[in-house]
Design a protein around this ligand. Sequence first.
Ligand SMILES: NC(=O)c1ccc[n+]([C@@H]2O[C@H](COP(=O)([O-])OP(=O)(O)OC[C@H]3O[C@@H](n4cnc5c(N)ncnc54)[C@H](O)[C@@H]3O)[C@@H](O)[C@H]2O)c1
Length: 249
Amino acid sequence: MQASYDMHKDVAVITGGAMGIGLACARRLASHGAKIALWDVDKDALDAAAASFDSAPLCLQVDITNPDEINAAAARTAENFGSITQLLNSAGIAGAAIPTIEYSTREWEQVIDLNLNGTFFVNRAILPFMQANKYGRIVNVASIAGKEGNPNAGAYSASKAGVIGLTKTLGKEMAGQDIAVNCITPAAAKTRIFDQITQEHIDYMLAKIPRGRFLLVEEIASMVTWLLSRENSFTTAGVFDISGGRATY
Ligand SMILES: NC(=O)c1ccc[n+]([C@@H]2O[C@H](COP(=O)([O-])OP(=O)(O)OC[C@H]3O[C@@H](n4cnc5c(N)ncnc54)[C@H](O)[C@@H]3O)[C@@H](O)[C@H]2O)c1
């Protein structure tokens, strides 16, 4: 049974919202009444995602490695809805599954540019709108890899560890303004990101989950919705485990 929230006053931006975890969370937030802005680099996927909502979301094609595009999208979203009160940063890539010392500079930078720098750019662009409201809720999607460090996922693990550190800092900086900044550290959920990962690596991840199965995107949506709701009135700068028992801290 799903919890019930009143999100009719809320305006949520979801990066990477065209599929996977972002889309599942966006649909859940919309089901509680939130107005939705999906930001994603993939135009076709955005069009397909929009068709799955009862009430059409605002869909913006945004590359979150590009600060100018992000700033323009934030202004457009606020203009369209009057404010921005929620943010879920879900856009991300896995990068190459190779030993860390074999990464080319470009391969390394691609992952850091999107997963870490992109998350920073989006937080930086949207927080002023939340400060103007004196209210906001942010969830950055990190990963269990950021806590534990997965072999053959050096750039990914480092980028997600960076997202955890960024979240803790922002959470503390914003704590006095009723703006909560938290992150989640999921284990493996079957989404398109799996296309970038070898079967060997998928088997490695599954073997480490005591629950013995993959995480469902709907289970992530349940946790994220609470973190983005007014019910979450105290918790900030937190790292929320959703690893089916894998996390050791
Ligand atoms: N699926 C998992 O097992 C898992 C586990 C832990 C963490 N995560 C994290 O969850 C987040 C979402 O992953 P997912 O599994 O839903 O993946 P996904 O591939 O299904 O979705 C990622 C979305 O990000 C978008 N995107 C990619 N590059 C972008 C860019 N430059 N600008 C804007 N959008 C861009 C894609 O178009 C896509 O819609 C990622 O940050 C990922 O690292 C996933």
